[in-house]
Ligand binder design. Structure first.
Ligand code: PHE
Length: 343
């Protein structure tokens, strides 16, 4: 009796240790323990040799061993088949879903490029509000109240409480804020969105983006302005780029100029992009009018400065040959995807 109990305990230990993690091992286990010539069957046949008075007890031992083995077998079988079912659900040969890569907007690309070029020579970025008051957008910049120059830029006016406000028509407004709050030397560029009340067409939009620059220090001259802009043009359009300046008028600069860059397509020889002039207009600039410096609390007898301002869409148009302004804000993926390689 004791012998039989020990044997069962040994077999139970052996069964517990058996690795039952695949179908082949499971089958081996089944044959060994539960098969027609298996160990369980053998134990039952040994029952014959047990004395009558112990038969009942011995039979119970063998029976519970049988149940134990069956349970072990069944739960291992479930685990193995669950595993293989899961495997079957995943089709490893199915092609993966492509991850769609976005591209950066051409306006962002060009704005970053312009900023990078001026950062190299010490210009820092300044930003300001898009809804401005009359002072920062016009008056401080030497636009007298009834001056016709205000009509140069058709303005969107908005009401904010009692005060009439406007959507800024240029980022020169940011520079007024800088001049009011900082002491020279000032070397800053103001990138940002601006608004003008114009009919939307291929050549005009009611909003666009600018980068305006301002440099104020002692003895800043027109020559400094010219060299700075030549450096910029060469960095942006290539070593061969040339610039020229044509006299112009802005209320906030004196003298003022319009800046052209030699045509990037024909290198100045004349083509249909530059309308056979060899030149493309890229920005306005000039020496900051002393009235503007004084309005912002800077002593114009000690300091002088230059300012310039360009449209980002215009530069992007020249770089990427986009000749319809509306494309920039339509969000047509076919248009935007073309700038992937420019990242
Ligand atoms: N503020 C001008 C514009 O929006 C550009 C400009 C800036 C011209 C600075 C001269 C100097 O058109």
């Amino acid at each position: 009796m004791i012998e039989l109990q020990n044997k069962i305990a040994e077999l139970a230990e052996e069964a517990k240790k058996a690795e039952l993690n695949d179908k082949a091992k499971l089958e081996e286990f089944r044959i060994k323990f539960l098969g027609s010539k298996g160990l369980v069957k053998q134990l039952f046949s040994e029952l014959k040799t047990v004395p009558n008075e112990n038969k009942r007890e011995a039979g119970q031992h063998i029976n519970s061993f049988k149940l134990f083995i069956e349970e072990l077998f069944e739960s291992a079988k479930d685990l193995v088949s669950e595993k293989s079912e899961k495997k079957e659900q995943i089709d490893f040969t199915r092609p993966g879903e492509a991850v769609l890569l976005g591209s950066r907007h051409p306006i962002s690309l060009v704005r970053e490029e312009i900023i990078a070029i001026f950062s190299k020579i010490g210009f820092v970025i300044s930003e300001g509000p898009e809804i401005e008051d009359d002072w920062h957008n016009f008056s401080a910049l030497n636009f007298p109240p009834e001056h016709p120059a205000r009509d140069m830029q058709d303005t969107f006016f908005v009401e904010k409480g009692e005060k009439e406000m406007a959507l800024r028509t240029h980022t020169s407004s940011v520079q007024v804020r800088i001049m009011e709050n900082q002491k020279p030397p000032i070397r800053t560029i103001s990138p940002g969105r601006v608004y003008r009340n114009e009919a939307i067409s291929a050549r005009a939009h009611c909003f666009f983006h600018q980068v305006e620059g301002l440099y104020i220090d002692k003895k800043v001259s027109f020559a400094d302005l010219k060299q700075t802009l030549l450096y910029f043009a060469k960095d942006l359009f290539g070593e061969k780029a040339q610039i020229r300046m044509r006299p112009s008028y802005f209320p906030f600069t004196e003298p003022s100029a319009e800046v052209d860059v030699s045509c990037t397509l024909c290198n100045g020889k004349g083509c249909n992009v530059c309308k056979y002039t060899g030149w493309l207009e890229i920005m306005g600039c000039g020496m900051v009018d002393p009235n503007v410096l004084e309005a912002c609390g800077i002593d114009s007898t000690i300091y002088s400065g230059f300012a310039f301002g360009m449209g980002v869409e215009r530069i992007a148009q020249l770089k990427y040959r986009v000749n319809d302004l509306r494309l920039y804000s339509e969000n047509d993926v076919r248009f935007l995807q073309q700038f992937k390689s420019a990242l």
